[in-house]
Structure formats: C-alpha cells, structure tokens
Design a protein around this ligand. Structure first.
Ligand code: PEP
Length: 258
C-alpha cells in the first residue's frame, strides 16, 4: 500500500489573467468544498502564469484555501542580470509550493536542455520550492519503441548531482509529447509502464526508499472521463492536467477521479 499522497496539478499554461485566475480558483474551491473534498487524501494544485501568483496567494490566504499553487517555470539563478527571468526565491516568498520544470513546451519553444533542467531543479530546491520535473517522448521516439530509454535519459540528466534526500521530494510528471493538448491520451497501461520504469530507475540511481517516496504523475489530455482508469495504476500518483484544468468544474471532477 503506497503512502504517496496523490497530486492533481492544473497547468494553466499562458491562460487566465489575474482577474480570471481569481474567478477560476474561487469556483474550483467552491466546487471542491461542495464535494467535501479531502485534501489530505488528494492534494490539489494550480500552476498559473507568473503574473497571477500574487492574486492567487491573496485569495488562498484570505479564504484559507487548502488548494496549493505553483509556477510553470523558474530561473536557474537566484538573482542578478537575467532580464525576464523569475527567481525561485521570489516564488518561495509568494508562497509557491511547486514549479514545473522541463515542460515539453519549454523544451520545444525555448530549447531547454537536460543540463538547464538540472540547473533549474537545483535552483528550485535551494529555495524550498518543489520541482515537478516533466519528462516524456515525442511521437517519432515512441514509434521507434525508444520511449522508455529516451524518458529515462531525461530523468537521469535532470537529477545529476541531486541527493537522495532531495530526490525524495521531487515530483516527476511523465508527459508523452504526442498526448499533450492533442486529445490523444496514453493508455493506462502506457502510463503505468513508464511510471514503473521511472520508479525502477530511481531505485537504481538512489535506493528503494527514495523510489517509493517519489510521486510520479501522468500528463497528456487527462479528462474526468479517463482519469479514474489512469489513477487505478499502482505507480501513477496523480495527474498534470493542462486544458481541462481551465474549467474548474471539470478539474474538480478530475481531482476526485471517482
Ligand atoms: C500539460 O500542459 O502539461 C498537459 C498535460 O496538457 P493537456 O492536459 O492539455 O494535454
């Protein structure tokens, strides 16, 4: 029996300005409250754009919400001449719990390498912000049946020089690129295959305790209609949800996956 608390994280991507963020978060909180959601059983997080974070913090604090929040990216540096970058220290000061690192959209549009992902993970950990490390293969890699090898190489690169103590706190999100925003979902068996492989590699890199502590999420066109079958898999500990998290009622259903 796993002691890992499932995590349902909504990646809003570049959607919802700070006013829309408040409305969406309020509606999500009301819907989960109506459903008597037990946050100690399933953690719920939203990852808004940077410019929404202060408003989200204000609402969470004022209404004592149990929903936690995160950012979608972070700088590899803590301060200095890095125009346009956001320090992990600033995120921590805004009460941010999580930060997505190495999302496939950043790897694709901003050429983020495993080396940079590794530097960002260290930077987030240094400020006490929990990385949600995103890994996963594109369609050509899957067709070539090289998806496991590819994803585990991304994992290893991202975790270079990260201690077991630190690794235990990290969340890994397996997100096959071909399933992100496409409406095409990996099968629950695909999600389990990779989650198990990720956990197996963590046990090799560290030890069994560390591997058993790390939460592995699945991401890629998760909806209320497919979440339960994915969550039924033993190595899947939650979901990173993009498009469907913009609809608070749908995201609340996903978070409850019943
Ligand atoms: C994501 O952005 O991480 C994601 C999984 O998106 P979607 O759910 O829209 O496929």
């Amino acid at each position: 029996m796993s002691t890992r608390t499932p995590l349902m994280a909504g990646n809003w991507k570049m959607n919802l300005d700070h006013q829309q963020a408040i409305q969406t978060l309020q509606k999500l909180a009301w819907t989960l409250k109506d459903a008597k959601h037990d946050f100690s059983a399933v953690e719920v997080a939203v990852l808004p754009p940077f410019t929404d974070l202060r408003s989200v913090q204000t609402l969470v604090d004022a209404d004592k919400l149990e929903i936690v929040y995160g950012a979608q990216d972070v700088s590899a540096f803590t301060s200095g001449a890095y125009t346009g970058e956001i320090s992990p220290v600033f995120l921590a000061k805004l009460g941010v719990t999580y930060v997505a690192i190495g999302h496939s959209e950043r790897r694709e549009h901003h050429n983020e390498s495993d080396r940079l992902v590794n530097a960002k993970i260290k930077s987030a950990l240094g400020a006490g912000v929990i990385p949600i490390l995103c890994v996963g293969e594109d369609i050509d890699t899957r067709r070539a049946a090289a998806h496991v090898q590819h994803t585990l190489l991304q994992l290893e690169g991202a975790l270079e020089d990260i201690s077991a103590e630190q690794a235990k706190t990290i969340v890994v999100a397996y997100e096959p690129v071909w399933a992100i925003g496409t409406g095409e979902t990996a099968t629950p068996e695909d999600a389990q295959e990779m989650a198990e492989a990720i956990r197996g590699r963590l046990a090799e890199l560290y030890d069994r305790d560390t591997a058993d502590a790390v939460r592995v999420l699945y991401g890629g066109s998760v909806k209320s209609s497919n979440v339960a079958s994915i969550m039924a898999k033993p190595d899947v500990d939650g979901a990173l949800v993009g498009g469907a998290s913009l609809d608070p009622e749908e995201f609340a259903k996903i978070a409850r996956y019943q």
